[in-house]
Design a binder for this molecule. Structure first.
Ligand code: HEC
Length: 184
């Protein structure tokens, strides 16, 4: 082989090598760009999907919020005296709390704990409570008193509910202790 053709081969080979290297690097750059793109859109997609999901689980958390065990524990630390005062201010216009049973605008709550919902004979309940078929355990009291109209759709109790959770817990503690006291 002549030195001329050697040179030519060398030139062709190095050109090819440059081409290979160039395409390798451009591929590499392109791929990382692409990866970045994918990553970015992945995050965008994720956050788009994630937020409504989070909200949804928040909604669920709002509804399932608390277990009986948790509520019992919370009631231990609730304030009975504050509950009594709150009830006197907010419920006593419509409800009576002592024995013997007396109904006012609303049914007597003297022994409401564990009583069947809508069960006092001399009181004319709404269908919402009459058809409930549950008991006033602490959980049901919690849900009803937090959002009466949402938990018992169609109730005629116009009270709009207790949004402050410590006031809600104090109230339930009072309803519970007062019922236990009246049972004895
Ligand atoms: C404006 C009057 C009014 C106020 C204030 C009010 N309630 Fe009532 N409540 C009612 C009426 C009326 C009913 C009957 C609801 C029905 O039949 O749907 C009722 C029903 C209830 C029941 C169901 C009792 C049963 O026998 O099934 C509970 C429990 C209750 N109220 C608790 C409370 C508590 C606790 C408060 C204060 C935080 C309160 N209510 C404030 C009018 C009131």
């Amino acid at each position: 082989m002549s030195s001329e053709s050697n040179k030519l081969l060398c030139a062709v080979l190095s050109a090819f090598l440059v081409y290979l290297l160039a395409s390798f690097f451009s591929e590499l750059i392109y791929k990382t760009e692409k990866k970045k793109d994918i990553k970015l859109s992945y995050y965008i997609e994720k956050s788009e999907v994630d937020e409504p999901n989070l909200n949804e689980s928040d909604e669920k958390a709002k509804i399932i919020k608390i277990s009986e065990k948790e509520l019992t524990q919370l009631l231990d630390t609730a304030d009975l005296e504050k509950g009594k005062n709150f009830v006197n201010k907010n419920c006593a216009t419509c409800h009576d709390f002592s024995m013997p049973i007396k109904n006012k605008i609303g049914p007597s709550l003297a022994n409401v704990l564990n009583r069947k919902i809508g069960n006092l004979e001399n009181y004319k309940y709404s269908k919402a409570l009459l058809n409930m078929n549950k008991e006033w355990n602490i959980l049901n009291l919690y849900y009803f008193l937090e959002k009466p109209k949402e938990w018992a759709v169609g109730t005629k109790m116009s009270y709009r509910g207790i949004t402050d959770s410590s006031k809600l817990l104090n109230t339930i503690k009072y309803l519970k202790e007062n019922s236990l006291k009246n049972e004895n």
